[in-house]
Write a protein that binds this ligand. Structure first.
Ligand SMILES: NC(=O)c1ccc[n+]([C@@H]2O[C@H](COP(=O)([O-])OP(=O)(O)OC[C@H]3O[C@@H](n4cnc5c(N)ncnc54)[C@H](OP(=O)(O)O)[C@@H]3O)[C@@H](O)[C@H]2O)c1
Length: 246
């Protein structure tokens, strides 16, 4: 795909950027001329991403801002670091997430707590902490899941975290609209990342009407669409190969 350059380069914090969907978003943004602060806990993976982006020589660039999004102290530190390297903040793409699957009868307090903490509490509190730094007219894109809309056995904690995230996003969108800050969610179906390692990928492919699972670049394009859509807020863009049709 040819990516048109950013009209005005954006300064974007991307969490979950050490791999998977967040990484693909960071790469696409830098290629079109935006400046990215890339967050994850895996410092080696972030260093590799920064080096790769320098080699690619895109119009923009990527800086590493390592941190654990579930720690209040680390959220503060990585936001400070992002603002310092970017010189401000125009947008957030909050992709960090975990999936721990267990049947309802077997789910543990720890599974439920860790999933809600990473997938719901962390992005809400990170976005809240960023409010004083985020430009008016800016944008937030959160990574949800089509499992917020579709019941699959074993996904209780994950589905609840993503359904909560969508509800939170709508309220954030309403409250931030006076500042022109838009808040939207991309809800993917199954995408080929480490999150699906160990799963039956051909079985998963059949559960999508288009007959295959998604690629990270296909989700990244949807994220960029929402970052760039000036009159879209409080909505969820489902990008799931037609899984919800079946
Ligand atoms: N893949 C799918 O099928 C799929 C489908 C629907 C929705 N999603 C959603 O899309 C998002 C990205 O998923 P993915 O497939 O790209 O997953 P992934 O490949 O497993 O990557 C997850 C990312 O989240 C980061 N992360 C996890 N916990 C973190 C923490 N406590 N602090 C900081 N970073 C943390 C990881 O970084 P470190 O390990 O370096 O910390 C990694 O960069 C998630 O929100 C996921 O729920 C994925």
């Amino acid at each position: 795909m040819t990516i048109p350059p950013s009209k005005v380069p954006q300064r974007v914090l991307v969490t979950g950027a050490s791999r998977g969907i967040g990484r693909a978003v960071a790469v696409l943004l830098a290629a079109r001329g935006d400046w990215v602060a890339a967050c994850g806990r895996d410092v080696a993976a972030l260093t590799e991403l920064v080096a790769e982006s320098k080699q690619e020589g895109g119009a923009g660039g990527i800086f590493a801002v390592p941190g654990d999004v579930t720690s209040e102290q680390e959220r503060a530190g990585l936001l400070d670091a992002a603002v310092a390297v970017l010189g401000g903040l125009d947008a957030l793409v909050l992709s960090a997430g975990i999936a721990r699957h267990a049947l309802f009868g077997a789910i543990t307090d720890e599974d439920l707590g860790a999933t809600l903490s990473t997938n719901l509490v962390a992005p809400v509190l990170l976005a809240q902490r960023a409010l004083g730094r985020l430009s008016d007219g800016g944008a937030v894109v959160l990574l949800g899941s089509n499992l917020a809309h579709r019941s699959v056995a074993g996904t209780l904690a994950y589905a609840a975290s993503k359904a909560g995230l969508e509800a939170a996003a709508r309220t954030m969108a309403l409250e931030l609209a006076p500042r022109g800050i838009r808040v939207n969610v991309v809800a993917p179906g199954a995408v080929d990342t480490e999150m699906l390692r160990g799963r039956d990928l051909s079985g998963l492919a059949k559960s999508h009407a288009l007959g295959r699972i998604g690629r990270t670049d296909e989700i990244a394009e949807a994220v960029l669409f929402l970052l760039d859509s000036p009159w879209t807020t409080g909505t969820t863009l489902i990008v799931d190969g037609g899984a919800l049709l079946q």
